[in-house]
Design a protein around this ligand. Structure first.
Ligand SMILES: Cc1cc2nc3c(=O)[nH]c(=O)nc-3n(C[C@H](O)[C@H](O)[C@H](O)COP(=O)(O)OP(=O)(O)OC[C@H]3O[C@@H](n4cnc5c(N)ncnc54)[C@H](O)[C@@H]3O)c2cc1C
Length: 269
């Protein structure tokens, strides 16, 4: 089973720095981590490899320093790591990002057939949760979001049985693969790095692919290939806490009376 996991390097903070002139994310100088959801996607792929054989390829799109994200997952024992990096990728919105990653997955698939593509539910900086579904759509693969459990894989029938989180519970599904899933943190516990893998990771060199390597067209990436533009970014105003009406439980009739009084007084009813 060959899994490709998409990981994103994100700032290690909820305070994403934004260039006020260009409305783009400023990553330089901000300590970075692997997007936490993506670590669970990597763990899921490693578990599948451990149980059913195959390999795990991890890709990330970003500036040269995103190689550190790949080094981090190398310490967990992934087989292959690829950094998608090119100045032409800069300024890509989620549509362009999913195009670039799709091109890379197609190339990987042409070398070594891909069974599963795994993504995190969302990135903690961009927070759109659009990239995974965008890749699945472009690859014309079945998509399952919010995966919380992978029960089993039937390698003969090429199906995977899993559970996904829905608003009021969970749904069990049996899906044919190749498919793409986005995962939640409940899916698993991320393993610790082993000493041999940590030593391997210190000297490793990720493969770096540019736009020509993946056959990406200029019109589909960067600012030119991004139909959405951020007009303004701002922190939402802090919500004021609500007012408590006393005696709500022990004397509900009094509480209702007080509430009506208050609302009438405010001329809101
Ligand atoms: C309108 C708009 C304009 C933007 N303009 C710019 C810009 O000018 N410059 C800029 O740097 N950024 C820009 N961004 C941010 C950029 O589009 C996002 O960083 C990127 O598309 C990922 O989106 P996201 O963070 O919402 O990821 P999500 O869709 O929330 O991520 C879901 C999953 O997709 C995978 N994934 C996401 N991103 C990557 C990645 N880079 N590599 C590998 N896997 C990934 C991960 O598995 C992740 O868990 C813009 C975003 C928007 C919405």
């Amino acid at each position: 089973m060959h899994s490709v996991v998409c990981i994103k390097q994100v700032p290690d903070t909820t305070e994403v720095r934004i260039d006020p002139k260009t409305n783009t994310l400023m990553r330089e100088g901000v300590p970075s981590i692997v997007n936490p959801f993506d670590m669970h996607a990597v763990e899921a792929a490693l578990k599948l490899r451990d149980e059913y054989g195959g390999k795990v390829t991890v890709i990330t799109m970003g500036p040269p320093q995103a190689v550190e994200a790949l080094r981090r997952v190398k310490t967990l024992g992934v087989d292959r790591t690829i950094l998608l990096s090119d100045r032409a990728f800069a300024g890509s919105d989620t549509l362009a990002t999913s195009y670039i990653i799709t091109q890379a997955v197609k190339k990987i698939d042409s070398e070594d057939a891909v069974d599963l593509v795994l993504c995190g539910k969302q990135a903690i900086d961009g927070d759109t949760a659009q990239v995974g579904p965008g890749i699945a759509t472009r690859l014309n693969m079945p998509l399952v979001t919010y995966v919380i459990d992978i029960d089993s894989v039937d390698t003969e029938k090429k199906t995977i049985t899993l559970k996904r989180s829905v608003e009021n519970g969970r749904t069990a599904l049996c899906v044919e693969y190749p498919m793409l899933m986005t995962v939640l943190k409940e899916l698993n516990e991320v393993r610790y790095a082993s000493l041999p893998n940590m030593i391997l990771a210190t000297n490793f060199k990720a493969e770096v692919w540019n736009k020509d390597d993946i056959g990406a067209e200029m019109k589909n990436m960067g600012l030119d290939g991004s139909p959405t533009a951020v007009r303004k970014i701002f922190s939402p105003p802090v919500r004021e806490c609500g007012e408590m009406i006393p005696h709500g439980i022990e004397q509900p009739d009094v509480a209702v009376h007080n509430l009506i009084e208050k609302l009438s007084h405010n001329k809101t009813i």
